[in-house]
Design a protein around this ligand. Structure first.
Ligand code: ATP
Length: 330
Protein backbone atom coordinates (compact mmCIF):
# COMPACT_ATOMS: atom_id res chain seq x y z
CA UNK A 1 0.00 0.00 0.00
CA UNK A 2 1.29 3.47 -0.79
CA UNK A 3 2.04 5.76 2.11
CA UNK A 4 -0.78 8.18 3.02
CA UNK A 5 -0.19 11.75 1.87
CA UNK A 6 -1.37 13.08 5.24
CA UNK A 7 -1.27 11.06 8.42
CA UNK A 8 -1.90 12.04 12.03
CA UNK A 9 -1.58 9.73 15.01
CA UNK A 10 -2.83 10.74 18.44
CA UNK A 11 -2.34 14.40 17.51
CA UNK A 12 -2.83 16.82 20.40
CA UNK A 13 -2.48 20.55 20.79
CA UNK A 14 -3.29 22.60 23.85
CA UNK A 15 -3.26 26.34 24.43
CA UNK A 16 -2.74 26.86 28.16
CA UNK A 17 -5.47 24.82 29.78
CA UNK A 18 -7.56 24.55 26.56
CA UNK A 19 -7.12 21.20 24.83
CA UNK A 20 -7.97 22.31 21.27
CA UNK A 21 -7.02 19.00 19.63
CA UNK A 22 -7.48 15.90 21.74
CA UNK A 23 -5.92 12.85 20.06
CA UNK A 24 -6.76 13.06 16.35
CA UNK A 25 -5.99 10.09 14.09
CA UNK A 26 -6.49 10.57 10.39
CA UNK A 27 -5.13 9.35 7.12
CA UNK A 28 -5.58 10.93 3.69
CA UNK A 29 -4.58 9.05 0.54
CA UNK A 30 -2.75 10.71 -2.35
CA UNK A 31 -5.23 12.38 -4.70
CA UNK A 32 -8.04 12.40 -2.19
CA UNK A 33 -10.19 15.40 -1.17
CA UNK A 34 -10.66 15.13 2.58
CA UNK A 35 -13.38 17.30 4.09
CA UNK A 36 -12.82 18.28 7.72
CA UNK A 37 -16.15 19.32 9.14
CA UNK A 38 -17.04 20.79 12.51
CA UNK A 39 -18.61 23.75 14.30
CA UNK A 40 -16.75 26.89 15.46
CA UNK A 41 -14.05 26.06 17.98
CA UNK A 42 -14.07 22.31 17.26
CA UNK A 43 -10.35 22.29 16.47
CA UNK A 44 -10.34 22.33 12.65
CA UNK A 45 -7.99 25.29 12.23
CA UNK A 46 -5.65 24.01 14.92
CA UNK A 47 -5.28 20.61 13.21
CA UNK A 48 -4.71 22.40 9.89
CA UNK A 49 -2.09 24.73 11.38
CA UNK A 50 -0.22 21.76 12.88
CA UNK A 51 -0.29 19.88 9.56
CA UNK A 52 0.95 23.01 7.77
CA UNK A 53 3.87 23.32 10.26
CA UNK A 54 2.64 26.70 11.52
CA UNK A 55 2.38 25.46 15.11
CA UNK A 56 3.82 22.40 16.85
CA UNK A 57 1.73 19.61 18.26
CA UNK A 58 1.87 19.13 22.02
CA UNK A 59 1.34 15.37 21.58
CA UNK A 60 1.25 12.69 18.91
CA UNK A 61 2.77 13.02 15.46
CA UNK A 62 1.87 13.85 11.88
CA UNK A 63 3.41 13.45 8.45
CA UNK A 64 2.58 15.32 5.25
CA UNK A 65 3.91 14.25 1.83
CA UNK A 66 5.99 11.65 3.68
CA UNK A 67 7.74 14.10 6.04
CA UNK A 68 7.30 14.68 9.74
CA UNK A 69 5.71 18.10 10.42
CA UNK A 70 8.03 18.74 13.36
CA UNK A 71 11.39 17.28 12.39
CA UNK A 72 11.17 17.92 8.63
CA UNK A 73 9.05 21.07 8.59
CA UNK A 74 11.03 22.68 5.71
CA UNK A 75 10.46 19.69 3.44
CA UNK A 76 6.77 19.70 4.29
CA UNK A 77 6.52 23.44 3.52
CA UNK A 78 8.00 23.04 0.03
CA UNK A 79 5.36 20.44 -0.84
CA UNK A 80 2.22 22.10 0.48
CA UNK A 81 0.08 25.05 -0.54
CA UNK A 82 -1.88 26.82 2.14
CA UNK A 83 -4.88 29.15 1.91
CA UNK A 84 -5.98 30.01 5.42
CA UNK A 85 -9.05 31.89 6.64
CA UNK A 86 -7.24 35.19 7.02
CA UNK A 87 -5.56 35.86 3.72
CA UNK A 88 -2.46 38.01 4.18
CA UNK A 89 -2.93 40.10 1.05
CA UNK A 90 -1.28 43.47 0.53
CA UNK A 91 -4.01 45.89 -0.63
CA UNK A 92 -1.47 48.20 -2.30
CA UNK A 93 -0.04 45.55 -4.62
CA UNK A 94 -1.64 44.10 -7.73
CA UNK A 95 -2.51 40.40 -7.84
CA UNK A 96 0.24 39.88 -10.40
CA UNK A 97 2.87 41.57 -8.22
CA UNK A 98 1.92 39.35 -5.30
CA UNK A 99 2.08 36.20 -7.42
CA UNK A 100 5.52 37.12 -8.82
CA UNK A 101 6.80 37.82 -5.32
CA UNK A 102 5.51 34.44 -4.18
CA UNK A 103 7.34 32.77 -7.11
CA UNK A 104 10.59 34.44 -6.05
CA UNK A 105 9.92 33.44 -2.44
CA UNK A 106 9.79 29.79 -3.50
CA UNK A 107 12.99 30.16 -5.53
CA UNK A 108 11.37 29.91 -8.97
CA UNK A 109 13.23 31.57 -11.86
CA UNK A 110 11.53 34.49 -13.64
CA UNK A 111 10.75 32.29 -16.65
CA UNK A 112 9.34 29.50 -14.48
CA UNK A 113 7.20 31.98 -12.55
CA UNK A 114 5.76 33.44 -15.78
CA UNK A 115 5.00 29.95 -17.09
CA UNK A 116 3.32 29.10 -13.83
CA UNK A 117 1.29 32.32 -13.90
CA UNK A 118 0.00 31.41 -17.36
CA UNK A 119 -1.12 28.01 -16.01
CA UNK A 120 -2.71 29.63 -12.99
CA UNK A 121 -4.71 32.02 -15.16
CA UNK A 122 -6.15 28.93 -16.80
CA UNK A 123 -6.82 27.20 -13.50
CA UNK A 124 -8.12 30.06 -11.41
CA UNK A 125 -10.71 32.41 -12.77
CA UNK A 126 -9.07 35.76 -11.93
CA UNK A 127 -8.84 37.14 -15.45
CA UNK A 128 -7.75 40.70 -16.11
CA UNK A 129 -8.24 41.73 -12.46
CA UNK A 130 -4.71 40.46 -11.79
CA UNK A 131 -3.43 43.81 -13.08
CA UNK A 132 -5.56 45.70 -10.51
CA UNK A 133 -4.65 46.53 -6.94
CA UNK A 134 -5.88 44.05 -4.35
CA UNK A 135 -7.77 46.88 -2.58
CA UNK A 136 -10.28 46.88 -5.48
CA UNK A 137 -11.04 43.13 -5.22
CA UNK A 138 -14.32 41.65 -4.03
CA UNK A 139 -14.30 38.98 -1.31
CA UNK A 140 -14.55 36.19 -3.89
CA UNK A 141 -11.63 37.64 -5.91
CA UNK A 142 -9.46 37.84 -2.79
CA UNK A 143 -10.17 34.18 -2.08
CA UNK A 144 -9.21 33.23 -5.61
CA UNK A 145 -5.99 35.27 -5.49
CA UNK A 146 -5.16 33.62 -2.17
CA UNK A 147 -5.77 30.22 -3.78
CA UNK A 148 -3.53 31.15 -6.73
CA UNK A 149 -0.79 32.25 -4.28
CA UNK A 150 -1.00 28.86 -2.59
CA UNK A 151 -0.47 27.17 -5.96
CA UNK A 152 2.49 29.11 -7.40
CA UNK A 153 5.03 26.40 -6.49
CA UNK A 154 2.78 23.59 -7.74
CA UNK A 155 2.29 21.88 -4.36
CA UNK A 156 1.41 18.21 -3.92
CA UNK A 157 -0.97 18.88 -1.08
CA UNK A 158 -3.33 21.83 -0.79
CA UNK A 159 -4.72 22.96 2.58
CA UNK A 160 -7.82 25.10 2.42
CA UNK A 161 -9.23 26.48 5.66
CA UNK A 162 -12.89 27.37 5.17
CA UNK A 163 -12.34 28.58 1.60
CA UNK A 164 -15.90 29.77 1.05
CA UNK A 165 -16.97 31.17 4.42
CA UNK A 166 -18.79 34.47 3.82
CA UNK A 167 -19.03 34.02 0.04
CA UNK A 168 -22.31 34.20 -1.85
CA UNK A 169 -23.56 30.95 -3.45
CA UNK A 170 -22.24 31.83 -6.93
CA UNK A 171 -18.71 32.56 -5.72
CA UNK A 172 -18.86 29.45 -3.55
CA UNK A 173 -19.73 27.28 -6.54
CA UNK A 174 -16.81 28.81 -8.48
CA UNK A 175 -14.34 27.94 -5.73
CA UNK A 176 -15.76 24.39 -5.67
CA UNK A 177 -15.20 24.05 -9.42
CA UNK A 178 -11.61 25.20 -9.05
CA UNK A 179 -10.87 22.81 -6.20
CA UNK A 180 -12.39 19.95 -8.19
CA UNK A 181 -10.27 20.85 -11.20
CA UNK A 182 -7.04 20.97 -9.18
CA UNK A 183 -7.87 17.56 -7.84
CA UNK A 184 -8.92 15.84 -11.06
CA UNK A 185 -6.53 17.54 -13.52
CA UNK A 186 -3.42 17.74 -11.34
CA UNK A 187 -4.13 14.91 -8.90
CA UNK A 188 -3.58 17.30 -6.00
CA UNK A 189 -4.48 16.03 -2.54
CA UNK A 190 -6.80 18.51 -0.83
CA UNK A 191 -7.39 18.92 2.90
CA UNK A 192 -10.39 21.18 3.24
CA UNK A 193 -11.90 22.43 6.48
CA UNK A 194 -15.44 23.68 6.32
CA UNK A 195 -18.48 24.57 8.39
CA UNK A 196 -20.74 23.94 5.40
CA UNK A 197 -22.26 20.50 5.19
CA UNK A 198 -23.13 21.02 1.56
CA UNK A 199 -19.50 21.85 0.76
CA UNK A 200 -18.24 18.65 2.36
CA UNK A 201 -20.96 16.66 0.61
CA UNK A 202 -20.22 18.20 -2.81
CA UNK A 203 -16.44 18.13 -2.76
CA UNK A 204 -15.07 15.57 -0.38
CA UNK A 205 -14.24 11.95 -1.20
CA UNK A 206 -14.12 11.37 2.54
CA UNK A 207 -15.33 13.44 5.47
CA UNK A 208 -14.10 13.56 9.05
CA UNK A 209 -16.37 15.21 11.61
CA UNK A 210 -14.54 16.86 14.51
CA UNK A 211 -16.18 17.97 17.74
CA UNK A 212 -14.42 19.16 20.91
CA UNK A 213 -11.02 18.28 19.42
CA UNK A 214 -11.90 14.66 18.57
CA UNK A 215 -12.96 12.94 15.36
CA UNK A 216 -16.43 11.58 16.05
CA UNK A 217 -17.24 10.13 12.60
CA UNK A 218 -15.40 9.46 9.36
CA UNK A 219 -16.30 8.00 5.98
CA UNK A 220 -17.48 8.88 2.48
CA UNK A 221 -20.51 11.19 2.54
CA UNK A 222 -22.67 8.25 1.39
CA UNK A 223 -21.29 5.87 4.03
CA UNK A 224 -21.91 8.44 6.75
CA UNK A 225 -25.46 9.08 5.59
CA UNK A 226 -26.24 5.38 5.22
CA UNK A 227 -24.82 4.70 8.68
CA UNK A 228 -27.78 6.44 10.29
CA UNK A 229 -30.57 4.72 8.35
CA UNK A 230 -32.02 4.49 4.87
CA UNK A 231 -34.78 7.06 5.46
CA UNK A 232 -35.73 9.52 8.17
CA UNK A 233 -39.18 10.29 9.48
CA UNK A 234 -39.13 13.73 11.10
CA UNK A 235 -41.86 14.76 13.54
CA UNK A 236 -42.15 18.29 14.91
CA UNK A 237 -44.08 17.97 18.17
CA UNK A 238 -45.74 20.07 20.87
CA UNK A 239 -45.21 18.66 24.34
CA UNK A 240 -42.40 16.51 25.72
CA UNK A 241 -40.34 15.07 22.80
CA UNK A 242 -39.07 12.32 25.13
CA UNK A 243 -42.63 10.91 25.13
CA UNK A 244 -42.34 10.70 21.33
CA UNK A 245 -38.98 8.95 21.61
CA UNK A 246 -40.39 6.35 24.02
CA UNK A 247 -43.39 5.76 21.74
CA UNK A 248 -41.27 5.38 18.60
CA UNK A 249 -38.46 3.10 19.75
CA UNK A 250 -40.60 -0.10 19.77
CA UNK A 251 -42.17 0.60 16.33
CA UNK A 252 -41.23 -2.01 13.71
CA UNK A 253 -38.62 -0.66 11.28
CA UNK A 254 -37.43 2.16 13.59
CA UNK A 255 -33.66 1.83 14.06
CA UNK A 256 -32.92 4.85 16.23
CA UNK A 257 -34.53 8.04 17.46
CA UNK A 258 -32.77 11.41 17.90
CA UNK A 259 -34.31 14.40 19.63
CA UNK A 260 -33.24 17.97 18.88
CA UNK A 261 -35.48 20.61 20.51
CA UNK A 262 -39.04 19.84 19.46
CA UNK A 263 -37.89 17.86 16.42
CA UNK A 264 -37.91 14.07 16.74
CA UNK A 265 -36.06 12.12 14.06
CA UNK A 266 -36.67 8.40 13.57
CA UNK A 267 -34.15 6.56 11.37
CA UNK A 268 -36.02 3.79 9.58
CA UNK A 269 -35.10 1.01 7.18
CA UNK A 270 -38.00 1.75 4.81
CA UNK A 271 -39.60 5.19 4.95
CA UNK A 272 -42.85 4.60 3.03
CA UNK A 273 -43.54 1.46 5.09
CA UNK A 274 -42.69 3.10 8.41
CA UNK A 275 -44.54 6.38 8.13
CA UNK A 276 -48.03 5.08 9.02
CA UNK A 277 -46.91 3.02 12.07
CA UNK A 278 -44.87 6.08 13.22
CA UNK A 279 -47.92 8.36 12.86
CA UNK A 280 -50.12 5.88 14.76
CA UNK A 281 -47.54 5.47 17.57
CA UNK A 282 -47.25 9.25 17.96
CA UNK A 283 -51.04 9.73 17.93
CA UNK A 284 -51.38 7.15 20.71
CA UNK A 285 -48.39 8.34 22.75
CA UNK A 286 -50.54 10.25 25.29
CA UNK A 287 -49.05 12.72 27.77
CA UNK A 288 -50.49 15.67 25.82
CA UNK A 289 -48.15 15.09 22.88
CA UNK A 290 -49.30 16.66 19.60
CA UNK A 291 -47.72 16.26 16.19
CA UNK A 292 -47.42 19.52 14.27
CA UNK A 293 -45.60 18.20 11.22
CA UNK A 294 -44.59 14.79 9.92
CA UNK A 295 -42.26 14.37 6.97
CA UNK A 296 -40.13 11.76 5.25
CA UNK A 297 -36.72 12.31 3.65
CA UNK A 298 -33.33 10.73 3.06
CA UNK A 299 -30.47 11.53 5.50
CA UNK A 300 -28.13 14.53 5.04
CA UNK A 301 -24.72 15.11 6.60
CA UNK A 302 -26.46 17.36 9.13
CA UNK A 303 -28.47 14.33 10.29
CA UNK A 304 -25.15 12.49 10.70
CA UNK A 305 -23.86 15.47 12.63
CA UNK A 306 -26.91 15.38 14.91
CA UNK A 307 -26.53 11.68 15.55
CA UNK A 308 -22.82 11.89 16.48
CA UNK A 309 -22.77 15.20 18.36
CA UNK A 310 -26.33 15.56 19.67
CA UNK A 311 -26.93 18.88 17.90
CA UNK A 312 -27.43 20.10 14.37
CA UNK A 313 -24.46 21.97 12.92
CA UNK A 314 -26.76 24.83 11.90
CA UNK A 315 -27.95 25.19 15.55
CA UNK A 316 -24.38 25.30 16.84
CA UNK A 317 -23.48 28.24 14.65
CA UNK A 318 -24.55 31.72 15.57
CA UNK A 319 -24.73 34.21 12.75
CA UNK A 320 -22.71 32.15 10.32
CA UNK A 321 -25.43 31.36 7.89
CA UNK A 322 -23.60 31.83 4.62
CA UNK A 323 -26.60 33.00 2.69
CA UNK A 324 -27.60 35.69 5.15
CA UNK A 325 -24.09 36.93 5.66
CA UNK A 326 -22.97 36.39 2.13
CA UNK A 327 -20.93 39.03 0.52
CA UNK A 328 -22.36 39.69 -2.89
CA UNK A 329 -19.69 39.82 -5.52
CA UNK A 330 -19.96 42.57 -8.06
N1 ATP B 1 -3.90 30.71 19.73
C1 ATP B 1 -4.82 30.25 20.56
N2 ATP B 1 -4.80 30.54 21.89
C2 ATP B 1 -5.72 30.06 22.73
N3 ATP B 1 -6.74 29.27 22.38
C3 ATP B 1 -6.84 28.94 21.08
C4 ATP B 1 -5.90 29.41 20.12
N4 ATP B 1 -6.25 28.89 18.91
C5 ATP B 1 -7.36 28.16 19.10
N5 ATP B 1 -7.71 28.17 20.41
C6 ATP B 1 -8.85 27.46 21.02
O1 ATP B 1 -8.81 26.12 20.58
C7 ATP B 1 -10.12 25.63 20.28
C8 ATP B 1 -10.17 25.16 18.85
O2 ATP B 1 -10.05 26.28 17.98
P1 ATP B 1 -9.95 26.17 16.40
O3 ATP B 1 -9.72 27.56 15.87
O4 ATP B 1 -8.98 25.12 16.03
O5 ATP B 1 -11.41 25.68 16.02
P2 ATP B 1 -12.12 25.67 14.59
O6 ATP B 1 -12.88 24.41 14.55
O7 ATP B 1 -11.15 25.93 13.53
O8 ATP B 1 -13.11 26.89 14.71
P3 ATP B 1 -13.44 28.03 13.62
O9 ATP B 1 -14.41 27.40 12.69
O10 ATP B 1 -14.03 29.10 14.47
O11 ATP B 1 -12.16 28.44 12.99
C9 ATP B 1 -11.07 26.76 20.62
O12 ATP B 1 -11.53 26.57 21.92
C10 ATP B 1 -10.18 27.99 20.52
O13 ATP B 1 -10.67 29.01 21.37
Amino acid sequence: MTEPEIQAQGLKRSFGTTLAVDGVDLSVARGEIYGFLGPNGAGKSTVTRVLCTLISPTGGRATVAGYDVETDADKVRLRIGVALQEAALDPKQTGLEMLRLQGRFYGLSKADTERRLADLRELIDIGSALEDRVSTYSGGMKRRLDLALALVHNPRVLFLDEPTTGLDPTSRARVWDEVRRLNTELGMTVFLTTQYLEEADELADRVGIIDHGRIVAEGTPDELKRSIGTDLVIAVVDGDPEIARTALLPVAGVERVDVNGNEVTAAVSNGPEAISPVAIALAGAGGGLRVRELSLRTPTLDDVFLSVTGARLADRESGTDGDEQAEVES
